[in-house]
Design a protein around this ligand. Structure first.
Ligand SMILES: Cc1cc2nc3c(=O)[nH]c(=O)nc-3n(C[C@H](O)[C@H](O)[C@H](O)COP(=O)(O)O)c2cc1C
Length: 204
């Protein structure tokens, strides 16, 4: 078994879904997996860790932001591109988005694949998670956890593969349930459904 590093590129890393999903992943590797959050101050340290540990695999766990990669992760990728790493680990990604359709993640996955190709890293497995915000509060999380374990095993066995998860309900039901969820969430924070529907919320 090779050694794996998993880097969390969520801007809310310590409280993120990406962290929860990474913890499931790590369990499949026991002592052979190191986990770190990416932040604006630790790029140099993370790159040194990658250089010093001869990892076989590097996994990026991150959310979809505006159909793309969060800016904090992009900044880290720019630093990684410049770093002179001799034994480059194989890059895999575990991406999660809020919407129901897994294909929402496709542009960000392409960005990561282009990064790997241009910078001389091999590309491994992908786990494409949709309804990643809603799933943890439901029983369906166990279906997702099973996919994460399969994703981890594919990396452990070097049998790289693509995996997809979304909540196993119809799109219509997902929309209904998520509308109720976000309306209640807004109410708890003093924001009405009407206010949430306007583009002016951030201007207030
Ligand atoms: C600024 C911002 C932009 C987002 N953009 C998208 C998006 O384009 N498509 C989508 O499906 N989800 C989008 N989401 C939802 C997140 O991908 C989703 O909540 C995810 O589970 C967050 O993961 P994390 O807790 O690991 O950060 C966005 C969330 C935020 C805060």
């Amino acid at each position: 078994m090779g050694k794996v590093i998993i880097l969390n590129g969520s801007p809310r890393a310590p409280k993120s879904n990406s962290k929860m999903y990474s913890e499931i992943f790590v369990k499949k590797f026991k002592d052979n997996c190191d986990y770190f959050n990416i932040n604006n101050r630790n790029h140099e340290q993370l790159i040194k860790t990658i250089k010093d540990n001869n990892y076989s695999d590097l996994v990026f766990a991150f959310p979809l932001y505006a159909d793309a990669v969060p800016v904090g992760l992009l900044k880290f990728l720019k630093e990684l591109e410049k770093a002179n790493i001799e034994n480059r680990p194989t890059i895999s990604i575990m991406i999660n988005c809020g919407f129901y359709e897994p294909k929402q993640n496709d542009i960000a996955i392409r960005i990561m694949k282009v990064f790997a190709k241009k910078t001389g890293y091999k590309y491994g497995s992908t786990l494409k998670i949709a309804s990643g915000e809603g799933t943890p509060s439901t029983f369906f999380k166990y279906f997702l956890f099973r996919k994460i374990k399969k994703f981890a095993i594919s990396i452990r066995n070097k049998k790289y593969q693509d995996f997809v998860y979304t909540m196993p309900i119809s799109r219509k039901l997902f929309l209904k349930a998520s509308t109720i969820y976000w309306t209640r969430y807004g109410k708890r924070n003093g924001i009405s459904k009407k206010e949430m529907s306007t583009m002016l919320i951030e201007d207030k």
